[in-house]
Design a protein around this ligand. Structure first.
Ligand code: SAM
Length: 232
């Protein structure tokens, strides 16, 4: 099987992170988090986003193995992170009480029940159907929006998912839809992150389908920033 993909050239520009383009293809994840943790994501993408946006305070309300916190430690950026595994429900406003505001939120939720994280009914991977998952997803995004500084950003990493009962679930579409419903504004391109190292890539299936080899990072900014941009 060929592994060669020829990527388009990126134009030179004033970005402090020239390697950060709409096609994110770094095959190494960096020494962050724990690669054995289900759904662990690349710390390199988080690092490039932080170097690009240069936030002062970062929130990761779905820590997993702590990838985002590790990157923040390396870059010396303040980071608050928690997970349902320690009993903190990111879908409940109570979990954000007293945390203050953030100018960057890294969000890497479960892709519904593709992987089951805990048996806690508040865990989004435990949602009994897609409607309930989306109901919880909207609460999560609402809470993150409500702790954003004016001009603050949320970067959400999400992938589409094929469910054994519900069929194909366009979770990336729902991410954008919910963000827009909440008044969040998309300012930058979506980032297609190539899924190097996904466990599904090493499996063999009898059924026929088009393999999804990427997920999508959607970056949105606070409604306050959107209003400012309109007025200017
Ligand atoms: C895709 S994993 C995050 C992986 C992480 N980015 C890493 O690199 O290790 C999603 C995480 O969301 C957590 N989670 C699910 N529902 C939650 C909820 N309601 N509140 C907080 N965390 C939740 C799961 O326990 C899991 O650790």
């Amino acid at each position: 099987m060929s592994r060669i993909a020829v990527l388009p050239l990126a134009p030179k520009n004033g970005s402090p992170v020239p390697g950060l383009t709409s096609l994110y293809h770094k095959a190494y994840a960096g020494p962050y988090g724990d690669r054995r943790y289900p759904g662990n994501c690349s710390g390199e993408l988080i690092k490039d986003l932080l170097l690009y946006y240069q936030p002062q305070r970062v929130l990761d309300p779905m820590t997993g193995s702590g990838t985002c916190a590790d990157v923040c430690r390396e870059l010396d950026v303040e980071c608050v992170s928690f997970d349902i595994r320690e009993g903190h429900d990111a879908c409940s406003p109570a979990s954000y009480a007293g945390l203050g505001q953030f100018d960057f939120v890294w969000l890497h939720p479960p892709y519904w029940r593709q992987k089951l994280y805990t048996t806690d009914p508040r865990d989004m991977s435990n949602a009994p159907n897609l409607l309930h998952f989306l109901y919880r997803y909207k609460k999560l995004l609402t809470n993150c929006r409500d702790v954003l500084t004016p001009g603050g950003r949320i970067a959400v990493l999400m992938g589409d998912y094929s469910d054994r009962e519900a069929g194909f679930c366009p979770l990336v579409y729902h991410t954008q839809r919910i963000c827009f419903e909440l008044g969040l504004r998309q300012h930058d391109t979506q980032i297609v992150r190539f899924s190097h190292g996904a466990s599904s890539s090493r499996k063999a299936y009898q059924s026929r389908f088009i393999p999804g080899l990427h997920d999508i990072c959607t970056i949105v900014e606070s409604p306050a920033a959107a209003i400012q941009a309109k007025v200017a």
